[in-house]
Design a binder for this molecule. Structure first.
Ligand SMILES: Cc1cc2nc3c(=O)[nH]c(=O)nc-3n(C[C@H](O)[C@H](O)[C@H](O)COP(=O)(O)OP(=O)(O)OC[C@H]3O[C@@H](n4cnc5c(N)ncnc54)[C@H](O)[C@@H]3O)c2cc1C
Length: 592
């Protein structure tokens, strides 16, 4: 596998040239004082060094060795402890954290690029700081001042880690039926009892304490999702003076043996009357957890992009070096026995598909991150509301579309290596295995699609969708005629999405199966249309600068490939959406 090199040039292109993000920061109190273009560039460069130099070299070894469990103690692979220390000491765990508690206070659009780098370097490693940062977000947004002061500084600094304990053996998607209980105690704390499964970083040897955020039910809680509360439950209890006290009544019962992300500990966690403290009001736990989830879901989308990028870096190097057969139009490398495989149309198709989806995904995830920043920092209520609604609409698309595309790109990256792609030493098969979980956890992609169609599009009466469609239409209406080759197909794509959305909203009124029957394909049409908008924006910048070097020429060529070869996929997907639910219900369960 090629060494990982952070795609800093492309990140700078998206942030500084396409979105001119420093203009947004200058308008947002809370960001204007802490970040500008130079600071951001310097941060990303440093992140590139630590992820490429320290964390990427552990990826293969981590996959080979995996985590081990012995009598409740979980060991991460060799090198992880030192790398985690280096990562924490660099301030990277708290890069997006609240400066009031020792975080670096960077906008999401910057921490998103850092996440991309760490996950490209090593997804298993990246999950530990990501879960910690996510737990910090929920604590900061919903916990009491006392809990924040006691826990956040050591979490942002990476001295303690975090975990998120939702799933139970019988309750994954449907958290309304969880059984973990919380008994109120006279001193205001709670005793938490129950079993959680699949808990990422539930136990490990990277930090001296792990702060679990646990969903549980109070004795008098209403049934279903409205009866869930959130608790902060530390592995080791923390004394009044901040020092570590007794071990809490919880333990790791075992770890899972998995298809990929083998160096990430996936734990069964047993809570046996463990002491915890409530975060937010009773029965408001799911809402508090959702604060974390919007960030995490974008983060999981970015994990997919990270793997696609890593796979592409190896594939392009291999395609330039591997010689096999002659080009259809005659020999290119006449001094060699055969031509490099990059001459073949099908290899180019795969490489360009990877490049177009990765770069489209980087632009789209940055766009969503900018909406998250606007929603968090803008002082204008109307601007904030619009950004919040765009985040709500686009988060399921970012999670599911980026990860679905990542499975395609990592498989192309494996295919380009031929038989060698199937062999461990080249690293491409690990990326495919690691990628698969991104479509499953943090809410399966099927559930993301239902969320998009049911809650966000139909649930808002089309209002959230309209924000996005109106923005794209404003862009196409004002675009220069020189952009016609990009703008015209984008106009058609948005008209198609508009029609499809209106039809679906109408059909869903008459038949409750319609939304679920159409949702996955609907999300994909949405995703390709969103990428078309991103590619048109990128093409606009690249067209203006095409005389300034190969970078822009390459960008324009990739934009043309996207519009010619990938955007037309919406037509077959649209036909599936239009086909409705009828054919899904022709068989009884026994007739399958
Ligand atoms: C490696 C790994 C790490 C994880 N990390 C964590 C973690 O840190 N914390 C945590 O709490 N959990 C974690 N999970 C759990 C993960 O989030 C769940 O596995 C996931 O949400 C799906 O739940 P489930 O496995 O129970 O599947 P189920 O909910 O049983 O779903 C089974 C299938 O049915 C579909 N389905 C279910 N309901 C519907 C519906 N209403 N409409 C249409 N389709 C439906 C699903 O899409 C899926 O295809 C992790 C899982 C793994 C494998």
């Amino acid at each position: 596998m090629a060494d990982y090199k952070a795609p800093l040039r492309d990140m700078r292109f998206v942030l500084n040239e396409v979105f001119e993000v420093s203009k947004l920061w200058a308008q947002l109190p809370g960001l204007a004082e802490v970040v500008d273009e130079d600071t951001a560039n310097a941060i990303l460069e440093e992140a590139g060094k630590v992820t490429g130099g320290v964390i990427a070299p552990l990826n293969r070894m981590g996959d080979e060795e995996g985590c081990s469990w012995n009598n409740g103690v979980v060991k991460t692979p060799a090198g992880f402890q030192d790398a985690y220390k280096a990562y924490s000491e660099g301030g990277w765990v708290g890069v997006g954290g609240d400066p009031a508690f020792g975080g670096m206070g960077m906008p999401k659009v910057i921490s998103a690029q850092v996440e991309e780098m760490v996950n490209s370097a090593n997804l298993s490693f990246g999950l530990y700081p990501m879960l910690t940062a996510g737990a910090c977000l929920s604590i900061n947004a919903h916990a009491s001042e006392e809990l924040k002061e006691k826990y956040l500084p050591n979490m942002y600094s990476g001295v303690w880690a975090g975990s998120m304990c939702l799933t139970e053996p019988h309750a994954g998607t449907d958290l309304g039926i969880i059984r973990t209980k919380a008994e109120p105690q006279a001193d205001g704390s709670y005793k938490i009892s129950g079993t959680k499964i699949f808990i990422t970083g539930g136990e490990h040897d990277l930090t001296e304490n792990i702060i679990h955020l646990v969903l549980a039910k109070l004795p008098d809680a209403p049934a279903g999702p409205k009866g869930i509360s959130l608790f902060l439950v530390p592995k080791v209890l923390v004394n009044e003076d901040g020092s570590l006290g007794e071990k809490n009544s919880l333990s790791c019962g075992s770890i899972e043996h998995k298809m990929g992300i083998k160096a990430s500990a996936t734990c069964v966690m047993n809570f046996d009357g463990a002491t915890g403290w409530i975060v937010d009001a009773p029965n408001k736990g799911l809402a508090a957890m959702f604060t974390m989830m919007n960030y995490e879901r974008l983060g999981v989308g970015i994990q997919g992009l990270s793997l696609g990028e890593r796979s592409y870096q190896s594939a392009i190097e291999y395609a330039r070096e591997r010689i096999q057969s002659r080009a259809p139009t005659g020999p290119v490398a006449k001094d060699k026995a055969a031509d490099p495989i990059i001459v073949h149309p099908d290899v180019r198709r795969m490489l360009l598909t990877m490049k177009a989806l990765n770069e489209g995904g980087r632009a789209f995830s940055s766009y969503v991150a900018m909406q998250l920043d606007t929603a968090k920092y803008s002082e204008d209520p109307a601007t904030r509301k619009r950004a919040e609604e765009l985040v709500a609409l686009l988060t399921p698309v970012a999670k599911a579309f980026l990860t679905d595309m990542a499975l395609e790109t990592t498989v192309h990256g494996q295919q380009i290596f031929g038989g060698h792609g199937y062999i461990r030493e080249w690293g491409q098969e690990q990326l495919v295995r690691d990628c698969r979980i991104t479509q499953i956890y943090e809410g399966t992609n099927g559930i993301q699609a239902l969320d998009l169609v049911g809650r966000k599009v139909i649930g808002s009466g089309g209002a959230y969708y309209k924000h996005f469609a109106d923005e794209i239409k404003a862009f196409t209406d004002s675009a220069d005629v020189s952009l016609a080759e990009f703008v015209n197909p984008l106009k058609d794509a948005i008209a198609n999405l508009e029609q499809m959305t209106a039809d679906l909203m109408e059909r869903a009124k008459a038949n409750s199966n319609e939304a679920g029957a159409a949702s996955v394909e609907y999300l994909q049409v949405f995703g390709y249309t969103a990428y078309a908008y991103m590619w048109a924006l990128m093409a606009r910048t690249a067209l203006a600068k095409q005389g300034e070097g190969d970078f822009y020429v390459s960008k324009l060529g990739t934009a043309r490939f996207f519009f010619a070869r990938l955007l037309p996929r919406i037509h077959s997907l649209t036909a599936s959406v239009k086909a409705g639910s009828e054919s899904l219900y022709l068989l009884d369960a026994s007739q399958f």
